[in-house]
Write a new protein. Structure first.
Length: 218
């Protein structure tokens, strides 16, 4: 009887706190919604290319601020999980960058290219290391997002002025879209894992019933 009870307790612990799933299963919808919002922001950023007669940098800066705020809020919602800093660092880095660009629009193209190069490099490196370190569900999508972000950062470091402001729109848009897709894929991976956790409940209840019904003792 003690062996059955200990097995039941072990099953409950393994079902509720699996080592390879730092997020709770109920958080999958939050991750998916965050991804959708980031993809929408990314599409809006790319669409700024159509504003030929308007300086799109100001609009782009506020998109960066909004995306940073959204991701920071999402990070605090998951503050007890291993992915807290995975979302917090891009969010915190994006807000001051967007505000800096919005308040100093006449700083010059080369200056902004170097600022964006620093931002893309820091975020790309951090997310790349975190993806390999945490190995969260669907982590290869995080690696893809990080590598592309680093490549865009390297292009910014060249400070090629002939790229123009349209490259800012493309770079920010692609980065946000890939980050959003990564978040959506992560949320879907959590959702697919949900039945795996619940399958222990019937077995555990049955084992508990056998453990406490006198008629089953031999």
């Amino acid at each position: 009887m003690d062996g059955i009870a200990s097995k039941v307790n072990s099953d409950k612990r393994s079902a509720s706190t699996p080592s390879d799933l730092p997020y709770q299963q109920s958080e999958w919808s939050w991750c998916a919604k965050l991804g959708v919002v980031l993809v929408i922001f990314g599409i809006l950023a790319i669409s700024l290319i159509a504003l030929r007669n308007v300086d799109s940098v100001a609009y782009l800066s506020w998109l960066i601020v909004l995306s940073g705020v959204v991701e920071a809020v999402h990070a605090f919602h998951l503050r007890k999980s291993a992915g807290f800093f995975f979302h917090l660092v891009p969010g915190i880095a994006g807000v001051p960058l967007g505000l800096l660009v919005a308040t100093h629009p006449d700083a010059g193209l080369v200056t902004w290219m170097l600022v964006f190069a620093s931002f893309f490099t820091i975020v790309g490196l951090f997310r790349l290391v975190a993806a390999f370190r945490l190995k969260l569900p669907a982590w290869p999508w995080g690696v893809l997002d990080s590598v592309v972000t680093l490549v865009l950062g390297c292009i910014f470091w060249t400070a090629w002025t002939w790229l123009g402001t349209w490259f800012f729109d493309i770079a920010v848009g692609v980065s946000l879209i890939l980050r959003g897709v990564s978040s959506v894929m992560f949320g879907l991976a959590l959702h697919r894992r949900a039945p795996v956790r619940t399958q222990f409940s019937p077995a555990s209840n049955t084992a508990k019933t056998h453990a406490y019904q006198p008629g089953l003792e031999s």
